[in-house]
Design a binder for this molecule. Structure first.
Ligand code: BGC
Length: 905
C-alpha cells in the first residue's frame, strides 16, 4: 500500500553547516570539489547535528530508513521529526503513486522534444512548473531528469533523453535540475551510468573506456552535480566495466562522491540493489522500492559482525536527513506540509462502493499554454519547399515554402494518418502519465479552421501492436449506467473488498488490495456494456500478465494465459493480449465481462486492459486516405510511433515507421503536391519519401498539447522553433551505432568510443538525411561576423561574439551553435572531427541584427588522459566553427591554446 507512515514532532533546531567527511579518499583521482549548490531553497543545514542525531539512532533504525517503505515512499522517523518522503516518476510529467484517470497529470513534451528546443531558459521554466505540480501533489523527489545519451537511434528510452551530444544534454539537464529544485522538490539524475539502451538492461555489462566515460557519458551527470547541485543520483540496473552500477565502488564512491563532491543521496533504480555488502560499501544510500530488499536484517547483521562499518551507514543516513531538510521533510525547516498524495489506500479507504477518500487540494498542474509553447518551440521544420499547386499559398509563399499555410487560400484540408487521430503523446514505461486531456491533430485543426475551411480526416492504415481501448462513450458501467466500466477486486474466498466505477478500460496498479496480485489467489473483474456505433466485425482484446477470460453476453470468447515477460516493466508496457473477432450490431448493447488472475510468478506493475476496434483492411484505409487527399488544398499526414513503438524495457528493432505508413505518405504525396508530413516519434525514423513531400515537421512525442501546438505552427501563429538534438539517418546502415545487444556473455562493448551521433557521421564522412543541429524556422538568417580572440590563457574559458541578422519577413528564433575542431585532424583517429562546445538562442525582428555571446568552457579544449587519470590540455591551434547545424558552419576562426594540466581536476 502507499499510505505514508505517520509524521512526527519537531526536530532539534538547526546547527552550523559541517561538511560530511569524505570516505576513503584513495579512490579519488583528484580533490573533492564541493558542488555549487542549487539556487533553490535553503541548502542543507544542521549537518553537525544530523551526525549527532544519526549517531544516537539504534542500528536497526538506521537500516530501516535506508530501504523504501513501499513502492514510492521512504520511511519516516517521528522521534527525530522526519516524515516519510514521496518519490514519483518522471521526466515528462509527475505521475504520483497511481496511474489513474481520476488523478491526471500535465503531460509535457518528452525530453527529446525539450532537447530540440536547445533553450535552457525555457527548459528551466518548464521544470519549475513541473516541480510546482509535484510539490502540490505532495511529491518530494521527482525521478528525473534522464541524462543518458542517444547512443543508438533504436534505444527504446531515447525519447527520455535530451540528445546524442553530452554538452547539449548537460546544458539542458542542469537547467531542468535547477528548475525542479527551485520549486523545493529534489531532482534525481538518472540512470548513472551507461543505461543508454534497453536490451537486457538488467544484466548487460557496458564496457566503456575511461576516456569515453569522462568525455561523453559522465559529462551530464558531472554537470548536474557540480553546477546544478542535484540532490539525488539514481544508480542504473546495468554493469559498467564488470561491476553493477549499484555496486560500482569506483563510479559511486570514487568519481561521484569523492571526486565530484556529491553530497546528496544515491538511490537505486527500482529493484536494482541485489546484494547487501557490495551495494553498501559502494555507497548506495537508499534502496528502492521497499519494504523488502537486500539490506534490512542482513545489513544490520553485517554491521553487527563487523563486515561493514557503522560509519558507512551513518554517512547514508546523514545524506538522507540532508535531503529531508532540502525538501522540507524534517520539522522546523520550513518545508511544505505534503499535500495528501492520491493513493489506493486513501481512495479505496473504507472500501465502500464509490466512496472517495479525503479530498486532496487541487494540484497546481503545469499551465497548458506553457506546454503548447514548448511543444511549438520543439517542432523541427526539416524542409519547406514550394507545393506543386498555388492554391494553398499566397504569393510570398512561392519563395518561402508551403509553410506556414496561407489560411485565406484554404478551402479543404485533409488531415490524414494514424497519428492524426490517435496521436502518441508520450513514450511507454515509467515516464507515462494519465494526461489531463489530449489535443489530437485532427481535432485541433478542425477547431482552428472552423467556419473557414473544411477538414476531412482518414486513418490511412493501422499501426497498433495492442488493440487500443474503445472511446469511453461506447462503454457503460452496468451498475451506475455512467460512461466507463465497473471493477471488482475479488479475493480467493470470493469476498469483494473493493468495487468501483472507472472512467478507463486501460488500468495499471503498483499496489492492489490484500489477496490480489502476483502470486495471490484473487482476481480482478471488469464489466461493461458496450454499444457499437456501426454494425460490423470488431476485434476485441484483453491484456494482462496471467489468466484472462472475456465473455460477451454470457458466452466465453477468450480464455487463455499470457506469458510472464523477462523485464517486469513489460507487465505494464507490453503485456500479452488475447484477441477474438465478434460481429456487433449498431446501437445494440453487448454485456462484456473480463476476468484477470495475475500470474503466480509475475512481477512489476499490474496492467489489465480491454481493447476494441472495428475490423478494417489497410488496403481500404489507404484508399480512403488517397481519396480524402485528392483535391484538398493541403494534405497534412501525421505518421509516427504507435503506443508501444517506443518504450522503456525494450529497444526498437527497426527505424522504419510501423505498419504501412511509408506507403501512405507516398500515395498521398502522389495525389497531392501540397503534402506536409508530421513525424510523431520521440527518436529518428527513416523517411524514404523525404524528397517527395513539400514539408516535413519532426514533432517528437509532444505531450497533451500536440494538436494545438501543431495547428499554431501549420497556420503560422507560432514558428517551429526546434533544432535536431539527434542526427536523422538516410539509412540504418549509416548509423554509427545501431543495435545495442550485448554478446552472449552479457558484454555490451562501446567500441565506437567517442564517435556516437554526428561525431560518427563526420568521422565516416557519411551524409545524414538531416544533420544534428538542423532546423528551419519561418525566417532566414545571415551569419555576418565572428569575433574570437586568437589565443586563450591556460585554464580560461573563451568568450566569442557572433553577429547574425534576420533577413526574412517575420520575427524568428535562431540557435547559434559553436563547434570546436581539434588540432591534428585527420591524423588523430578516434577523436571527433568537431564537437559542440557552446550554443545560444537568439530572437530578432525582420532586418534586425543581434550579437550572440558564446562562452566556450576551458574543458572543451581538454582530453581525458587515462594514464594520468586526469584531464589534460594538449594545446595547439583549434578551429572554432560557428553556424546553424553541425554541417552548416559558415564562420570559422583559429584559436591557440597553451599546453597545460587540469586546473582542479
Ligand atoms: C525505471 C526508472 C524509474 C523507476 C520507478 C524503473 O524501471 O528504470 O527510471 O524511475 O522504474 O518507476
Amino acid at each position: 500500500m502507499t499510505t505514508p507512515p505517520q509524521g512526527a514532532p519537531a526536530a532539534p533546531a538547526g546547527a552550523p553547516l559541517v561538511p560530511v567527511q569524505p570516505l576513503d579518499a584513495d579512490l579519488a583521482p583528484g580533490s573533492a570539489t564541493p558542488p555549487a549548490g542549487a539556487d533553490g531553497p535553503a541548502p542543507a543545514a544542521a549537518l553537525g547535528s544530523d551526525r549527532d542525531i544519526v549517531a544516537a539512532l539504534p542500528l536497526a533504525e538506521k537500516v530501516r530508513l535506508l530501504t523504501g517503505a513501499d513502492s514510492w515512499w521512504t520511511h519516516g522517523k517521528p522521534e527525530i521529526g522526519l516524515r516519510p518522503m514521496l518519490t514519483s516518476d518522471g521526466p515528462a510529467g509527475v505521475r504520483g503513486t497511481v496511474r489513474d484517470e481520476r488523478y491526471p497529470s500535465a503531460s509535457l513534451p518528452c525530453p527529446s522534444a525539450a532537447g530540440a528546443t536547445w533553450d535552457a531558459e525555457l527548459v528551466q521554466r518548464l521544470a519549475t512548473a513541473l516541480g510546482t505540480e509535484a510539490k502540490s501533489k505532495g511529491v518530494d523527489i521527482l525521478l528525473a531528469p534522464t541524462v543518458n545519451l542517444m547512443r543508438t537511434p533504436l534505444g527504446g528510452r531515447g525519447f527520455e533523453f535530451f540528445a546524442e551530444d553530452p554538452v547539449l544534454t548537460a546544458r539542458l539537464a542542469t537547467a531542468y535540475v535547477r528548475g525542479v529544485q527551485r520549486a523545493g522538490v529534489a531532482a534525481t539524475v538518472k540512470h548513472y551510468v551507461g543505461n543508454d539502451s534497453e536490451t537486457d538492461r538488467w544484466i548487460y555489462d557496458a564496457q566503456i573506456s575511461e576516456t569515453v566515460l569522462r568525455e561523453l557519458y559522465l559529462v551530464p551527470f558531472e554537470a548536474c552535480v557540480r553546477e546544478a547541485g542535484a540532490w539525488l543520483i539514481m544508480a542504473a540496473y546495468n554493469k559498467v566495466n564488470g561491476s553493477r552500477m549499484t555496486e560500482n565502488l569506483r563510479l559511486l564512491r570514487g568519481v561521484l562522491k569523492n571526486h565530484w563532491g556529491f553530497d546528496g543521496v544515491v538511490i537505486s533504480d527500482w529493484h536494482a540493489a541485489r546484494s547487501t555488502r557490495a551495494t553498501a560499501v559502494a555507497t548506495l544510500d537508499l534502496s528502492m522500492p521497499g519494504p523488502e530488499g537486500p539490506w534490512g536484517d542482513q545489513l544490520t547483521q553485517a554491521v553487527g559482525d563487523g563486515t561493514i562499518s557503522e560509519e558507512l551507514l551513518n554517512d547514508k543516513v546523514v545524506r538522507l536527513l540532508r535531503l529531508a531538510r532540502r525538501v522540507g521533510a524534517i520539522d522546523g525547516t520550513g518545508g511544505h506540509p505534503a499535500a495528501p498524495a492520491p493513493s489506493p489506500a486513501a481512495h479505496r479507504g473504507d472500501a465502500a462502493d464509490g466512496a472517495a477518500g479525503p479530498a486532496a487540494p487541487e494540484p497546481a498542474l503545469v499551465d497548458p499554454d506553457l506546454l503548447r509553447t514548448v511543444a511549438a518551440e520543439s517542432f523541427v521544420l526539416l524542409h519547406n519547399r514550394e507545393g506543386s499547386t498555388a492554391d494553398a499559398r499566397d504569393s510570398a509563399a512561392a519563395t518561402r515554402g508551403i509553410l506556414p499555410l496561407a489560411e485565406s487560400a484554404l478551402r479543404r484540408v485533409a488531415v490524414l494518418g494514424p497519428n492524426a487521430i490517435h496521436p502518441t503523446i508520450q513514450g511507454g514505461g515509467s515516464a507515462g502519465v494519465t494526461p489531463v486531456s489530449v489535443a489530437s491533430p485532427a481535432d485541433s485543426l478542425r477547431a482552428a479552421l472552423a467556419g473557414r475551411a473544411e477538414v476531412v480526416t482518414a486513418l490511412g492504415c493501422q499501426t497498433w501492436h495492442m488493440l487500443p481501448e474503445p472511446p469511453i462513450r461506447m462503454l457503460r458501467d452496468p451498475v451506475t449506467g455512467e460512461e466507463g466500466v465497473r471493477l471488482e477486486f475479488v479475493t480467493g474466498d470470493d469476498a469483494v473488498p473493493v468495487a468501483e466505477h472507472r472512467g478507463s478500460a486501460n488500468l495499471v496498479w503498483w499496489d492492489t488490495p490484500d489477496g490480489i496480485g502476483w502470486g495471490k489467489p484473487g482476481r480482478i473483474v471488469l464489466s461493461a456494456i458496450f454499444r457499437a456505433e456501426h454494425s460490423g466485425c470488431y476485434q476485441l482484446g484483453v491484456a494482462g500478465v496471467g489468466a484472462l477470460t472475456l465473455s460477451a453476453d454470457g458466452v466465453t470468447v477468450i480464455d487463455g494465459v499470457t506469458p510472464v515477460p523477462e523485464d517486469p516493466v513489460e507487465a505494464m508496457t507490453r503485456p500479452g493480449q488475447l484477441r477474438a473477432a465478434l460481429w456487433l450490431e449498431a446501437d445494440t448493447d453487448t454485456e462484456l465481462r473480463l476476468e484477470f488472475r495475475p500470474a503466480a510468478d509475475g512481477a512489476g506493475p499490474l496492467t489489465f486492459r480491454l481493447g476494441v476496434v472495428p475490423d478494417a483492411e489497410d488496403e481500404t484505409l489507404l484508399a480512403e486516405a488517397e481519396t480524402a487527399a485528392q483535391g484538398a488544398d493541403a494534405a497534412i499526414v501525421v505518421v509516427g510511433s504507435a503506443e508501444l513503438t517506443e518504450s522503456e524495457g525494450f529497444d526498437r528493432t527497426t527505424l522504419s515507421l510501423p505498419g504501412r505508413q511509408d506507403e501512405l505518405v507516398r500515395r498521398v504525396a502522389a495525389v497531392n503536391g501540397n503534402t506536409v508530413v508530421v513525424v510523431n516519434s520521440g527518436m529518428p525514423v527513416l523517411m524514404p519519401w523525404a524528397d517527395q513531400v513539400a514539408a516535413i515537421i519532426h514533432a517528437w512525442l509532444p505531450g497533451q498539447s500536440f494538436g494545438d501546438a501543431l495547428a499554431d505552427v501549420l497556420l503560422g501563429a507560432a514558428e517551429p522553433g526546434g533544432r535536431l538534438p539527434v542526427t536523422l539517418p538516410a539509412a540504418e546502415a549509416d548509423c554509427p551505432v545501431l543495435r545495442a545487444a550485448p554478446d552472449s556473455g552479457g558484454a555490451l562493448r562501446y567500441a565506437e568510443g567517442l564517435l556516437i551521433g554526428y561525431r560518427g557521421y563526420d568521422a565516416a564522412g557519411t551524409r545524414p538525411l538531416y544533420p544534428f543541429g538542423h532546423g528551419l524556422g519561418y525566417t532566414s538568417w545571415a551569419y555576418e561576423s565572428l569575433h574570437c580572440p586568437g589565443a586563450v590563457d591556460e585554464g580560461e574559458d573563451l568568450d566569442v561574439f557572433v553577429t547574425i541578422r534576420n533577413t526574412g519577413q517575420r520575427p524568428g528564433k535562431e540557435v547559434v551553435q559553436a563547434y570546436l575542431a581539434e588540432p591534428g585532424r585527420p591524423a588523430n583517429r578516434g577523436r571527433p572531427v568537431r564537437a559542440l562546445a557552446a550554443f545560444t538562442v537568439i530572437r530578432a525582428a525582420p532586418g534586425e541584427a543581434a550579437v550572440a555571446r558564446l562562452r566556450i568552457p576551458a574543458r572543451a579544449f581538454a582530453h581525458y588522459d587515462e594514464d594520468l587519470a586526469s584531464w589534460i590540455w594538449p594545446g595547439g591551434v583549434f578551429t572554432l566553427q560557428v553556424g546553424r547545424s553541425s554541417r552548416d558552419l559558415p564562420l570559422r576562426a583559429p584559436v591557440r591554446w597553451g599546453v597545460g594540466r587540469a586546473p582542479g581536476g
